[in-house]
Design a protein around this ligand. Sequence first.
Ligand code: GRF
Length: 184
Amino acid sequence: MKKLAVFISGYGSNLETIANFCIKNTKLAKVSIVISNKANVNGILIAEKYKIPSFVVPTKGIAMEQFENECEKLLVDIDYICLAGFMRVLTQQFINKWRSKIINIHPSLLPSFKGVNAIKDALEYGVKITGCTVHFAEEEIDSGRIIVQKAVEIQDNETEDSLKNKIKAIEKIAYTEALHILCN
Ligand code: GRF
């Protein structure tokens, strides 16, 4: 059984997907710990709802190395670190140490529209299809081997909010499929 750590910064819808996967597949995986770099975010309430131990390890005004050292103390016996809306960039050293064990979800069909404004950028570019990508984290941001991709169509009257909602819906499917691949 794979032991997962989930890193969050906000709402936690992907954390909820991962927690539900574990409930339905108790022999495959378990979320051992949730680490949030922000206090008072909805994701922490989701961790509480699923009775998963959660810790706030702040990043504000702190070197990422220090954040990662604090996390390492909590990452005992962990098989995979699932980034689920974690909005900070991990150091090369941390990525190297956990190579092929850190998974990220990004709201575009990579390698298109990397970065924090992926949904807005896809809409502004005028692409007709976008989606989400679950991939291994690498030193270069939003790169790394792709595990699962799911696509959505962009309609003529699409807004940033409507597209965000469509992508959130397929992120659930994509993260679940990725966990089936990794934890089997
Ligand atoms: C998702 O859209 C994900 O693709 C991106 O950040 C967002 C996190 O949402 N990396 P949530 O906190 O899981 O609801």
